[in-house]
Design a protein around this ligand. Structure first.
Ligand SMILES: Nc1ncnc2c1ncn2[C@@H]1O[C@H](COP(=O)(O)OP(=O)(O)OP(=O)(O)O)[C@@H](O)[C@H]1O
Length: 431
């Protein structure tokens, strides 16, 4: 590596298979520019001579052949690494690519046949093991091969498709934009909490709903089926978390499980899925040394940033949300389950919680709703709320019980796309 330049501009010369790792705090302008050669950020190729803003991101500029790249601004961390798992990740992609090609051929000769189904890949592993990053790489490489895989995000704590607390899926038709993310309309089910343990029954129900929608889409379109799915999961891999991982692997009928970092997770999944899913391959992949550990406060901050991005746009791609005051009678707010769960240890000895985790409870507007992020359901009637995906989100800013009004922030002005709002425990402190 050679570096030169002043404190706000550094040019790095990378050799083949090296990567430049950057941690760029939000609020400080940092951009990268490819000067020579070829390089990619998690599978998205950089255009030569084009400056790309990367504030608020932790990323790696990787090169297969060698390149020269300039960093403008002052990242809090910047260094070049020689050792990366990229070759192993690319080999995995090549295996998946061969299966997509086979599926495309089979789907063309007999549409709707099981052989026309491309790989359904799930990435599992502890928090910060690089799961989301690997999903992004696999989606981007598939796009570069001419496929549009469906990216599924079940990470309700640190998801990347929309606000936290959701199970969502979106077709990736273009390389993921470094500023704007995935430019496509997702299908979203609202769970409403940042941990799958908050209401595991609801989490499983929504896994089944989303898996059902995607199976129907694949059955209706051979090119969707052949491209397959790449599924990101949450980083809770013990106890109930592990049980939920096994549940979702079966619900989505995953045929490839990529276990990041942990021998134990890999081995237990192999044992436990052998009988139920004999044809599923379970592979272990190395964690990148660049995947950065985030502590509780930072994880909360990342969730907050996702909510901010939803309403106000990502840095470099601003949006204009609307603040509206509506009549409380024009809305109906529902909570699924009966409020925060009492741990069994808090109940009298021998008692079990009789709370129905799928019970719909109508809530009158109250000050307890301030700063709640609520989903706007597509449901035409309340009894359909559990079955339907959501149109988008609102943030509750004020409730005036005397006047009977609710003030909320929505992505756009005008009537909301539905009158049924779903609330959970998701809150945001943004203005
Ligand atoms: N090679 C790399 N160089 C620099 N940063 C990286 C690299 N790989 C991953 N990161 C960063 O490390 C952080 C953690 O990675 P990632 O989000 O992929 O992990 P995860 O397993 O999905 O985490 P979680 O379970 O919390 O969702 C992210 O900010 C990501 O951008």
């Amino acid at each position: 590596m050679a570096a030169d330049g002043g404190s706000t501009s550094t040019t790095h010369t990378l050799s083949a298979n090296q990567e430049l790792r950057l941690e760029c705090p939000s609020g400080k302008a940092v951009s990268i520019k490819l000067e020579e050669g070829a390089a990619e950020v998690f599978g998205t190729e950089l255009q030569r001579g084009k400056s790309v803003p990367v504030s608020g991101q932790k990323l790696a500029v990787f090169t297969w052949q060698g390149c020269k790249v300039t960093v403008e601004g002052e990242p809090s961390v910047q260094y070049v690494a020689d050792e990366t798992p990229m070759a192993q990740y690319l080999n995995t992609h090549r295996t998946l690519a061969a299966r997509r090609d086979e599926a495309r051929r089979a789907g063309a000769s007999s549409p709707g046949s099981p052989a026309g189904r491309g790989p359904v890949v799930v990435v599992v592993g502890p928090t910060d093991s690089g799961k989301s990053t690997l999903c992004r790489l696999l989606c981007n490489w598939a796009v570069r091969d001419g496929y549009a895989p469906t990216f599924v995000d079940l990470d309700v704590g640190q998801g990347t498709i929309t606000v936290p607390g959701c199970l969502s899926a979106v077709p990736v038709e273009q390389p993921i934009d470094l500023v704007e993310g995935i430019n496509n309309i997702p299908i979203v089910f609202f769970y409403g909490h940042s941990s799958p343990g908050e209401n595991p029954t609801l989490f499983k129900l929504l896994v089944d709903k989303l898996a059902g929608v995607l199976a129907r889409r694949a059955a209706a379109d051979p090119s969707v089926a052949a491209a397959g799915c790449v599924i990101n999961t949450f980083g809770w891999v013990d106890g109930l978390g592990y049980e939920l991982q096994k549940y979702l692997i079966q619900a989505f009928q995953c045929d490839v499980v990529l276990a990041m970092e942990q021998d134990r997770l890999h081995a237990t999944l192999q044992q436990d899925l052998k009988a139920a899913m004999p044809r599923t391959s379970i592979l272990k992949l190395a964690k990148s040394g660049g995947a950065v550990k985030r502590e509780g406060e930072e994880r909360r901050g990342a969730r907050e940033a996702r909510v901010r991005d939803y309403f106000y746009g990502a840095p470099g791609a601003p949006l204009q949300p609307a603040t509206m005051t509506v009549k409380a009678t024009d809305l109906a707010v529902y909570r699924i389950g009966s409020g925060p769960r009492a741990p069994n240890t808090a109940l009298p000895i021998g008692a079990v919680s009789l709370a129905d985790p799928l019970r719909l409870q109508a809530l009158p507007p109250s000050l307890e709703m301030l700063q709640a992020v609520m989903a706007v359901s597509h449901a035409p009637t309340p009894d359909q709320i559990l079955n339907m995906n959501v149109a988008g989100f609102v943030l509750i800013k004020d409730v005036d019980t005397a006047r009977g009004t609710v003030t909320l922030v929505a992505p756009a002005a005008g009537q909301l796309p539905g009158r049924y709002l779903i609330t959970g425990t998701l809150r945001s402190s943004i203005d």
